[in-house]
Design a protein around this ligand. Sequence first.
Ligand SMILES: CC(C)(COP(=O)(O)OP(=O)(O)OC[C@H]1O[C@@H](n2cnc3c(N)ncnc32)[C@H](O)[C@@H]1OP(=O)(O)O)[C@@H](O)C(=O)NCCC(=O)NCCS
Length: 164
Amino acid sequence: MRIRDAEAGDWPAIWAFAQPIIAAGETYPWERDTPEEQARSFWMDKEPPGATLVAELDGEVAGTVEIHPNQPGQGSHIANAGFMVDPAFRGRGVGRALGEAAIARAARDGFHAMQFNAVVETNTQAVKLWHSLGFETLAVVPEGFRHPVHGLVGMHIMYRVLGS
Ligand SMILES: CC(C)(COP(=O)(O)OP(=O)(O)OC[C@H]1O[C@@H](n2cnc3c(N)ncnc32)[C@H](O)[C@@H]1OP(=O)(O)O)[C@@H](O)C(=O)NCCC(=O)NCCS
């Protein structure tokens, strides 16, 4: 597996798996019909202090992570990150590798900690993965997410200091 900075030309491959993930509405609190250009701009236009990385497996873009400040101004030392792995490549360590790479990159770029605001509690693979990478659940927002199948479910707020 190779993890590298995303390039503009990676977007069509990313969108091919990101669009169904967003449309499913099960793991991201995004509008399910988010227009492609809005998604592209958010995910790819990371002038400093953010970053977008991709994981290549078998020569293809298998997954991606975007890193951005969780808050502006006096909260901008805490990073946030979003992860998406192509379902065709799941369970092969891409998510874990992207998580480790995001932690290293955010630390390198000077962020103090990383926070996830909305890890859906029914996304048990993600919850387990982030806990295994050193994130703690600070709180679960009760009924914070309207899951299309499970109804109102909780959202984990997760946090990890970087560089440790
Ligand atoms: C969550 C996500 C990023 C994980 O990506 P992935 O490449 O499948 O993850 P990995 O292969 O590194 O597996 C991570 C852990 O998930 C679990 N897991 C993965 N695939 C699994 C499977 N098919 N069955 C059971 N457990 C599985 C394992 O516990 C694994 O831990 P391990 O490394 O100790 O074996 C991916 O499922 C995804 O993109 N989901 C949709 C978007 C999303 O939820 N993003 C995160 C929002 S917080």
